[in-house]
Ligand binder design. Sequence first.
Ligand SMILES: Cc1ncc(COP(=O)(O)O)c(C=O)c1O
Length: 456
Amino acid sequence: MPAPPQARPEVESLQAYSAPLEGRRGLLRLDFNENTVGPSPKVVEAIRAIPADHYAIYPEYDGLREAVLASLADMPGAIVAGADSTAPVPAVAPANRADGVPALATVSLPQPPALRPSLRIEQVGLFNGVDAAIHAVFQAYGAPGDRLLTTSPTFGYYTPCARMQGMEIEAIPYRMPGFAFPFEEILAALTTPPAGADQGWRPPRLLLLCNPNNPTGTRLAPEAVLALAAAAPHTLVVVDELYEAFTGDSVLPLLLGPGEQQPDGQKPGAAVATAAGAVAAPAAASETAALATAAGADPFAACPNLLVLRSLSKTAGIAGLRIGFAIGAAAVVDRVSRVTGPYDINSFAVTAAFAALADQAYVDAYVAEVLAARQWLVERLVAAGVRHHVDGGNYLLIWPQRPVAEVDQALREAGILVRSMAGKPLIDGSLRVSLGTLEQMGRFWEAFAICDARPA
Ligand SMILES: Cc1ncc(COP(=O)(O)O)c(C=O)c1O
């Protein structure tokens, strides 16, 4: 029998990203950070209303990018075309940040509409989930021998995407204790050739930042993301904001906020990377110009190498329908969209996305429920002396006292799925537990106490 044809060498040696995705229905699914209650009833209604003959038609995307822009107008602190121009920009320095980077205070100042940067529809790319956007980014930008810079441990799909392009990977570990973001190391890897590097040294082609990071929850101040992008203009900096809704760490409010300088000479979001790697407020107006957006201008004008990824999977509860967005400079969105098919997002996802984007109140209520459940669970973990780590995102890490594989299996037998982090750098021996409602966390806690042989 003749052997089947060989794939590209990069594919022959590839280990596919595989997630244990079968047999999950009917169980309490705390293993993939999905929304644990499902989508808004308005989404369900919209899908049910699709006439059967529409299944026969290729999907149409008219108006969807506009709907994404309108939903961004609801973001705290964000200003997009047509939004309330007097809305204050909130401070973006929540307590408990683990990145060690001082966040810059922002000031609430009403601004005339003409001064606001605003996004255009060419700056929004539509994808079959953020996974597809990530894949497209690597296809469009990653050539054999190029380097991906990222952190470790982080979202598992970046690695196979880099490998299938024949890229090299430099993954910088989070700082212990506390999984702090390795800002100085990342900045150095972006800008400084390592000792002994030859003349041909080039900065990494791609920097993938997962913010907050899955699975450590590490939060990076949005100002620090902008500073890294400014420091490495030849690197495409992709910030995967899948979980930003749970803690509000997005760069978008900074980019879409007031375009004017503050009374102290500082523009919200304007930050520079100092030689020491810290993020500091710019000293002079000329430095500010490096990141400042002009009045009413393209919010990505000063950072055309930054791409923001957003999804409706985790908050809006439509992971199964697959839709995600990439937001950035029109030229970058165009390049990434070139490597996707014309109908990659199906009609059900489009209909669901319109309904989900129009029902922000549903997402807000779910996020509030998850945050309350997180506090409830953390109080129990603290009181029971269970080692854990919690930061951004709708998940946390727990180190059971019994072997992790046994607790994982016992929880499964009790009808609860969690994700073992066995073998992952820095977090070996832990379970990643997605956060759901208070009632669901109550069920988890009761079962965990039994499975880990702890008094409830
Ligand atoms: C950090 C991160 N990025 C991207 C994805 C994929 O998102 P989507 O469902 O939009 O493809 C996930 C899903 O787990 C994730 O955790």
